[in-house]
Design a protein around this ligand. Sequence first.
Ligand SMILES: C[S@@+](CC[C@H](N)C(=O)[O-])C[C@H]1O[C@@H](n2cnc3c(N)ncnc32)[C@H](O)[C@@H]1O
Length: 210
Amino acid sequence: MSRAEKSSYWDAFYSSRKKGAPAYPSQFAAFAINELTDVDGVIEFGCGNGRDSEFFAAYGFDLLGLDASAEAIDLCRSRSAHEHARYVQCPAGAARDEITSFLSGKRKVAVYARFFLHAIDEDEANAFLDLLSVLLPAQSRVFFEYRTVDDADQEKTFGTDHYRRYLDHSDMLANIERAGFSIDYQIEGHGLAKFRDEDAKVGRCVAQKN
Ligand SMILES: C[S@@+](CC[C@H](N)C(=O)[O-])C[C@H]1O[C@@H](n2cnc3c(N)ncnc32)[C@H](O)[C@@H]1O
């Protein structure tokens, strides 16, 4: 699937399923907020309809939400209730200027990306990790959650007609370390991202920039 096809899938998803995509925060966001001590802001990549970004903003964090889908970003802006939350339509690989400007005056930040790394191809994922490695201040933290290989054959609430790259959890952790991060916490399993009848097998990782 080409990048243009992936992007038009998400535009259609956010324009036609405004009521279907959950607006309440994910389990991963509830987990992450417990760990968000001593950061000056949160950047979410692949923020979708802003469900998790708005949750972080509601607890006072300066927030930058990025997504490649224009429809997703329109939805975020229309729902946003926080002046310190900014939403920008931008593919992750082109986000250098947005990140740099958000980092100005901040000591360290958290980067949060839920169900994002498996939604992009391997080259994009490596470029994304490299970008974080170059731009993030030391001791910034990253929070990732993604579908893993054992999830490939499970039924999906939102169907199978869009791009998903099921990740090997150990390989992903090794890539994150290679990009200059130390893993603080990781887990793989069920029960972490349950949605109605679907209980995805996912990997989670919290890592710190060296
Ligand atoms: C599975 S959805 C996850 C949305 C949200 N994080 C959630 O958990 O509900 C993946 C999101 O990544 C976005 N996306 C896909 N490729 C992207 C890219 N290269 N750069 C930025 N966003 C991208 C899609 O538009 C979509 O909103």
